[in-house]
Design a protein around this ligand. Sequence first.
Ligand SMILES: Cc1ncc(COP(=O)(O)O)c(C=O)c1O
Length: 392
Amino acid sequence: MNTEEIMALDKKYVMQTYGRQPLALKKGSGAVVWDVEGNSYIDCLAGIAVNNVGHAHPRIAEAIADQAKELIHTSNLYYTRQQVELGELLVGVSPHDLAFFCNSGAEAVEGSIKLARKYTGKGGIVAMENSFHGRTLTALTATGQKKYQKGFGPLTPGFTHVPYGDIEAVRKAITDETAAVLVEPIQGEGGVVVPPEGYLKSLKELCQEKDILLIFDEVQTGFGRTGEMFASQTFNVTPDITALAKGIAGGFPMGAVMAIEDVGSAFQPGDHAATFGGGPLACAAAIASIKVILDEDLLTKSKENGNYFQSKLNFLKEDHGIVEDVRGSGLMLGMELDVECGNMVNDMREEGVLINCAAGKVLRFVPPLVIEKDQIDTVSCILGDVLKKYSD
Ligand SMILES: Cc1ncc(COP(=O)(O)O)c(C=O)c1O
């Protein structure tokens, strides 16, 4: 089937919830993907910050294939070695002590909110404007962007939104009923927004002062994306709870709620569950993926190549007046323009580079952490030509 035929069948059989690009992908390797016609693309989107270890990594493929031959699913009525092995590995690389496994980012956010409510016995959550936390109803409520909520009310009670980066606004929003503050360490879908210096540290201090919990949504920033395993380490601030997903299992669907011991122990048998959560197949993929990040030193690579990529984008900023800002950390980068960037995404794709446009005017670059410098050079070169076209 060619791309056009696939697109026609999609229209016929699949609910049209996505504004897809006219591209049908067939295979990938490292930071490159190929469409069904055989054209190759440098992938600077990585399945939206998911394929951190690169496409078709042999160790991930082998882990999944070997596990699938032995045991795919058990339910959480029984123990598996893979689940505890992953728990131990995650505790070792994170600032947390306990994990709950689920299947997606939205589910990890939901679980984090439930845990905060259970632990504190309170219902209020202070979340941020311009945030994104997922599409299930409570994650959608937490999401501070009205465009995603329109038409889906009534939403979950108990949420207040304040401007991202404004510590005094958080202070004002906290009441006797507040359980937690929920924040992305760097806002992803909101346009790769980096918080002001010291903001996350101040948030932590404020939460301690008010005796409420701090939840980091690291669904997008986790697993090496910002240069350390987690953005909490990049910013040197330890939250009480962290929501994880995306890069956790090399592209295999999985999510996790992690917490410090005292907080995580609030969940008792029967409090929370997911039939598929932490199944042996997902756990085998996650174990392999985290080991690849460590063994291949992808954290250093994320930092080094992230700095290199950012410097290339800054050179382009100097040459093109339509570029307003370049920002990010590690390999989570954004280039804000003074024009809408939807069409540029199409131009880039036609020249063999996949990116996307966040928040209308921000080109987002979240490539696999294995991207090489010469691939970054190619992307910068193509981007320069595209920016030129829109500058004229
Ligand atoms: C910060 C953040 N939280 C939550 C989500 C939702 O994740 P999922 O699509 O896996 O439900 C996303 C997805 O983009 C995200 O970026």
